[in-house]
Design a protein around this ligand. Structure first.
Ligand SMILES: Nc1nc(=O)c2c([nH]1)NC[C@@H]1CN(c3ccc(C(=O)N[C@@H](CCC(=O)O)C(=O)O)cc3)C=[N+]21
Length: 297
């Protein structure tokens, strides 16, 4: 049986609608209009697409957003002073600095400059540390999006063996922390692998839920997947395709057709985890605005 396709566009639209309702309720009760500042350094075309998609999604949910463009050669000092300014600006409850940053800028320094109360990306060490310890925190958008797709599709990770391939700070590591958490949506048994793991297929075949997040197009082949596994593809890779108007197409880290033939369920690319990431960002921005009200009481 071909796999059930987990439609990230639909699930993300549900989540965005919940956020829109929450925004309207907050404003109706005298609260602030949630605001998001997105900082984009340089002109990487893919980053530009994501940032503009975020802007559109914000507008639809009633969230005020502004994109701050900085040239690729901006000095670290100038970028940090923009962040200082956004930290002070009460119109913005959330700040997102699009990664990756140009090589001459230290990402950790920039991420740590964002006031943790505005860290709607969930990437500040304070947010990550709190999450690791099971304390309330802004959850990182992509890992939270993965968890939401699972839960909203009826795949509770509790007691399941989740194998994550990829150990980045933005996806693999925080997703492991989230799914192993002793709380609703967690309680999984998590194995974290990467492209240098010995006998990788041996391990991925043990997964009830397999998450591909290594950023290598088509790297998860059918022989690496157990019959009936749930497969979550976090990868979003551009590969050249002369038959497309844009000259490229998007593919995930999973060899989709072959894996879909044996999986129980699978997320597509595009239309899978990407839109979920944006929906969680909006949800975190709403939460930041709500907390700003509580903090001022
Ligand atoms: N600080 C930071 N936070 C991020 O969350 C972050 C980041 N930096 N840097 C880049 C990655 C990538 N990312 C995506 C979000 C949505 C789609 C998305 O919606 N993609 C559509 C397709 C869009 C298209 O057509 O190009 C889809 O998968 O269906 C993709 C990628 C967020 N990231």
């Amino acid at each position: 049986m071909p796999a059930r396709v987990l439609n990230g566009n639909e699930i993300a639209a549900d989540l965005r609608e919940e956020v829109a309702t929450g925004v309207a309720d907050l404003v109706a009760s005298g609260g602030p209009t949630p605001g998001l500042a997105a900082v984009l350094v340089g002109n990487d075309p893919a980053s530009g697409v994501y940032v503009r998609n975020k802007g559109r999604a914000c507008e639809e949910a009633g969230i005020f957003s502004e994109i701050f463009y900085m040239p690729a050669h901006v000095s670290q000092a100038n970028l940090l002073s923009l962040i200082d300014q956004l930290n002070q600006d009460t119109r913005f409850h959330g700040i997102l600095v699009q990664l990756p940053l140009p090589g001459h800028i230290d990402e950790a320094t920039v991420i740590e400059r964002v006031n943790p109360v505005k860290d709607v990306d969930g990437l500040h060490p304070i947010s990550q540390g709190r999450m690791l310890q099971g304390e309330p925190a802004f959850l990182p958008c992509t890992p939270s999006g993965v968890q939401q797709v699972l839960l909203r599709s009826g795949y509770d990770p509790a007691g399941q063996h989740v194998v994550i391939v990829g150990r980045s700070n933005i996806v693999g590591k925080p997703l492991a922390a989230l799914l192993m958490q002793r709380s609703a949506g967690g309680n999984a048994t998590v194995t974290v692998c990467h492209t240098r793991t010995r006998d990788l297929p041996e391990i991925t075949r043990q997964a009830d839920i397999l998450v591909a997040a290594m950023g290598v197009p088509g790297a998860i082949s059918a022989d690496m997947v157990r019959d009936g596994a749930v497969v979550i593809d976090v990868g979003i890779n551009r590969v050249d395709d002369a038959t497309r108007r844009r000259g490229y197409r998007l593919v995930g880290d999973v060899d989709y057709e072959a894996v879909a033939a044996k999986a129980e369920a699978i997320t597509p690319v595009p239309g899978g985890i990407g839109p979920m990431t944006i929906a969680v960002l909006l949800s975190n921005t709403l939460e930041a605005a709500r907390r700003s009200v509580d903090a001022n009481r």
